[in-house]
Write a protein that binds this ligand. Sequence first.
Ligand code: DAH
Length: 344
Amino acid sequence: MIAQIEALQAEVEAFAPKTPAEVEAFRIRLLGKKGSITALFDAFKSAPVEEKRTLGQALNRLKTTAAQRIEELRTALEEAALAAGAGDGAEMDMTRPATAERVGTRHPISLVRNRILDIFGCIGFVPADGPEIEDDWHVFTALNFPPEHPARDMQDTFFVEKDPDILLRTHTSSIQVRVMQNQRPPIRVICPGRVFRNEAISYRAHCIFHQVEGLYIDRNVSFADLKQTILHFAKEMFGEKSEIRMRPSYFPFTEPSTEVDVSCNLCGGKGCAVCKHTGWLEIMGAGMVDPNVLEACGIDSREYSGFAFGMGVERIAMLKYGVKDLRLYFENDLRFLRQFTPVF
Ligand code: DAH
């Protein structure tokens, strides 16, 4: 029996666990109900009387060193785990400084859209809204796209239902129609919204994007009003030194129609990669509302005239922030989204 005690004593001294779980298993194996030290205490009862004194001393020493060593190792290992941060919550440290909550950022498209609404809001344009799922009449027919007209091919359409045609609006110009049907001039609205086109997705095209549409209808609204309004917008959006130029274009719903360029704010008009060395950046389509559109919406085209314009929010955001791939706006990658702050 003394040999067994000495063997266990040596085992206790050599014990080198790596985890608190190993310590606990060791304790159970030695000091548990069926542990080897416990068994020795049982055996001690029937030991010869003359051996009891030495055996008893040896046995007590073994029990004490085992208990002490187990306690020391358990504390040391638990502290090490806590220092390494591998706590299970039980070792919560109430004195540690809190990590600051991360505040969210606005999506770049929202930042730019809000800025566009602000600029026009300051000169009396009121926000207006319309449905994303529209009928053919509001998206095309009322806007002077006759049925079968090739201009309908300018915008590849997602159809929801056929006969009567229900579709996803391809442009926010449909909101113009809804506003003119429901309000009498003077009308001055700014209409943001999502639009949908059946296009292959690439860095420069997406099947969903955002537009902002503007409409102004009153007596004696002229092309000069359109020009000044857009010049004001360009200066507010791209800087006081900005200039605009208007190129003749074609849209079924405006006559005359124009595409508007703003002087490149990166190179100051000298020519760079972004403006493809032209010094100009295309920002929107615009024009005088075609009398056919006014009439289709119940507004007397002999009494009233107006202008309209429409721009792509992704396009403006690209010019403001230098984002060259449209797809990034839709991926919701936080590493991308966290970079944006208002630059206006
Ligand atoms: N709806 C046109 C488009 O999606 C943009 C546009 C051009 C809107 C001229 C207008 C406008 O109001 O006058 O390409």
